[in-house]
Ligand binder design. Structure first.
Ligand SMILES: Nc1nc2c(ncn2[C@@H]2O[C@H](COP(=O)(O)OP(=O)(O)OP(=O)(O)O)[C@@H](O)[C@H]2O)c(=O)[nH]1
Ligand SMILES: [Mg+2]
Length: 440
């Protein structure tokens, strides 16, 4: 259970050997605990202080640099201490154990950020961006998450909500006035304001695909019959011998993955077993796994090596047909829907990458504007949009039901409030924080 006044501690750096490691102690007992462990040190806020740290038995653990962030001017808003020791997990453990013996407890995942949220240092979107920024796998992803952390998305959504509140208050006011006194132009002007808000909301929603793609990346599954060159292609992409290549059909059985950064988007290529009918028990399992992967794919690369093949399977997602081993085929007539490559020599693979970019709209990703990045953000904004549209539709009538319009607008506002964390249900909050690492 989380307790508002508890002092908690966690490593802020990954476990393992490193130059330094940082332990964070947050809460009202932070300074007292440090004083006990350092024989009386009282660090000045925001100043690096060199001190020896001792365990419960008075034995030296390490010489450390401590930095004290006094409440409320800290990441969490509470008193927060950062202890930098030598980067050895044994030392980190000893420090954490001693801190706990002196009255702190271990932090839960994301608890530092949860404290920052509870203390009003950041809103929920920013808290979510902390986790996303840490996990960013490309410059572009880091850029959009850092923007959200800096509040640009919150700013856009707050603006939207203020505009909604503005129209909603006019409508609520009009409810108290006799219908005969309200002019038709009033409804029209409210509706036109709502339509402007609808347009802005749609623009924000449009950023989701790209935002999600930058953060989560895309899964590209390579499939086809055995021996067509699927593994040769993933090896070419990864620049290494990741997958076994041989001229024996049915070589690949396990799933082999390689991630490549394409236009800032982490693209996970997944090589799979060649699909055909077989009695081989192990190969069958491989083929089942391959089919399952295709079910989760954002894009499928269907490879074949027989130029006379003219029937191709359909997939439940975008796919690209690739005729491999172009070095072996002479005078094959070109067809715009099929890309000819040689996975062995790399011929035309650049063109294939361009085609992947084009198919997945990777070229259009702009990192200059705030982006929605998670499903629950997209759901909340879509919900707000639906309510805005319902309100606008009601206002199209000659004498609209103003109570209903007000009701829809309140819903539109509260959907956005959920995202900002003003009225978020506990399950959404817990989900966001538990996905952060311990120490963040
Ligand atoms: N000439 C030529 N041979 C190729 C090319 N690409 C792959 N091959 C050869 O085709 C054979 C099969 O290649 P793999 O990459 O193992 O084929 P696969 O589709 O992964 O096969 P399975 O794992 O059995 O399904 C190997 O001998 C490769 O060297 C190419 O572009 N040109
Ligand atoms: Mg293979």
């Amino acid at each position: 259970m989380m307790n508002g006044d508890a002092t908690f501690v966690a490593p802020a750096t990954p476990f393992g050997t490193s130059g330094i490691a940082v332990v964070r102690i947050n809460g009202p007992l932070a300074l007292t605990i440090l004083s006990k462990m350092s024989r009386g040190i009282k660090p000045k806020p925001r100043t690096a202080t060199l001190t020896k740290i001792y365990n419960q038995d008075g034995k030296l653990i390490d010489e450390c640099i401590v930095t004290f962030f006094k409440s409320p001017a800290s990441y969490t808003g509470d008193d927060l201490l950062e202890v930098s020791c030598h980067g050895n997990p044994v030392l980190v453990n000893n420090i954490i154990q001693t801190v706990c013996t002196n009255g702190a407890r271990l932090a839960e995942p994301g608890e530092f950020t949860k404290k920052a949220f509870i203390n009003g240092k950041i809103d929920l979107l920013q808290a979510e961006a902390v986790g996303a920024l840490i996990k960013s796998r490309s410059d572009a992803a880091a850029k959009i998450n850092s923007q959200t952390l800096n509040g640009t998305l919150s700013h856009s959504l707050n603006n939207l909500n203020n505009e909604l509140i503005n129209v909603a208050s006019k409508i609520e006011h009009a409810i108290d006035i006799a219908e005969s006194e309200i002019q038709n132009s009033f409804y029209k002007s409210c509706n036109s304001e709502i339509k402007t808000i609808i347009h802005s909301t749609e623009q924000i929603l449009l950023t989701f695909e790209a935002g999600k793609m930058l953060n989560d990346g895309i899964r590209v599954v390579i499939t086809g019959k055995p021996n067509v060159g699927k593994s040769t292609l993933i090896n070419y992409f990864s620049g290494s011998e990741k997958a076994i290549v041989s001229d024996i059909p049915g070589t690949t059985r396990d799933i082999v993955e390689s991630t490549m950064n394409i236009g800032g988007v982490p693209v996970r290529f997944i090589d799979t077993a060649g699909i055909h009918s077989t009695d081989d028990k192990i190969e069958k399992i491989g083929i089942e796994r391959a089919s399952a992967e295709i079910g989760f794919a954002d894009l499928v690369l269907y490879i074949f090596d027989d130029p006379s093949q003219d029937i191709f399977p359909e997939f439940g997602c975008p796919f690209i047909c690739i005729l491999n081993k172009s070095d072996l085929h002479k005078n094959v007539s070109k067809n715009d829907s099929i890309i000819h490559i040689s996975a062995k020599s790399g011929k035309n693979v650049e063109f294939l990458l361009d085609k992947i970019k084009e198919t997945m709209s990777i070229n259009e990703v702009s990192t200059d504007t705030p982006h929605l990045t998670s499903n629950h953000q997209q759901i909340a904004i879509s919900k707000s949009l639906e309510s805005q549209q319902a309100a606008s539709k009601l206002l199209d009538h000659t004498s609209p039901e103003m109570e209903l319009v007000a009701y829809e607008l309140r819903d539109a506002i509260s959907a956005i409030d959920t995202l900002l964390g003003k009225t978020s249900p506990d399950d959404i909050l817990n989900n966001i924080f538990k996905n952060l690492c311990v120490g963040k």
